[in-house]
Design a protein around this ligand. Sequence first.
Ligand code: FAD
Ligand code: FES
Length: 295
Amino acid sequence: MIRTRCEVLSNRRTGAYHSITLVAPDVADKARPGQFVEIAVPGGRDFLLRRPFSIHQASRRGGWAGTLEIVLEAGGPGTAWLAGVKTHDVLDVIGPLGRPFSYPAELTSCLLVGGGYGAAPIYFLAEELRARNKSVSMILGARDHERVFKPIEGKRLADSVVVTTEDGSMGERGRVTDALPAAVARTGAQVVYACGPNAMLRAVAEYCLSRGIPCQVAVEEMMACGLGVCWTCAVPMIAKDGRGWWNMRACLEGPVFNGARIWWDRWLGEREPEVRKPEVAEDLPEPQPVEARTW
Ligand SMILES: Cc1cc2nc3c(=O)[nH]c(=O)nc-3n(C[C@H](O)[C@H](O)[C@H](O)COP(=O)(O)OP(=O)(O)OC[C@H]3O[C@@H](n4cnc5c(N)ncnc54)[C@H](O)[C@@H]3O)c2cc1C
Ligand code: FES
């Protein structure tokens, strides 16, 4: 993990998002798909905490060597401030952080599912998988066409790409999970990787579990320190034999987890009741056994 001051090389609009390229040779050299950086946002009390962003690209070769790219959607004050940075501004960055995706040793057919700006890390992942002779297909989904992240780049990298939008303004109308069963059948997917909103990750992971397909998900959880100290980012995981559970830190043991091992009901139930009814808070049910998965 490195703390460094990085010059902004560019800040470009990509649909509804901002792509920010930073000169960060040391971080770029070590970065792996699925990892993230924490960026300090200067100013008053609102900006006490660094903001975490997935690494979209890390160039170790070629003309842009030593650069790191992140993608963000401006929402709250921190992302709005970052969306306004200019070429030659300098940002205080810590990274690369977290556990990256792992690559399958023998399985070859990989399906990458990305929702909204959550699709950003799957391009870096697709390049690394292709370099290992894996076949790569993608499903890219978003609310509308402005939020479908780099579909043309997806077509360049993947053998096939399905695009879904909730309003039908690009590709198939619906969500990535509507397109998932057909894509799995058509591509013969043996491994699924997913990044995006947590409710989407849950649906993808549950589908994969029902079909016995290994699935890695990169989760987003509130992060205060981003360094493994405060446990703000706890995600409940079920033991391999299904006989117990414990918390893991998304910033340190994640953000990439085995989707079959997350205890989704406990994690999302209370905060996203539209996705699943909350559990009774203190009287937790026994975790259901899940099949152990090895990578
Ligand atoms: C591992 C990881 C990767 C991420 N990758 C991206 C990305 O590639 N692009 C992108 O646009 N966003 C990404 N996010 C979400 C991004 O970090 C939040 O949108 C951002 O921190 C919000 O800050 P804000 O000041 O704009 O909003 P506010 O809501 O005002 O933030 C207030 C506080 O809550 C925290 N916070 C709010 N939302 C989140 C969240 N979803 N995750 C973690 N902390 C949050 C902030 O750090 C801040 O301390 C990622 C989050 C995580 C955990
Ligand atoms: S954010 Fe502090 S331990 Fe993960």
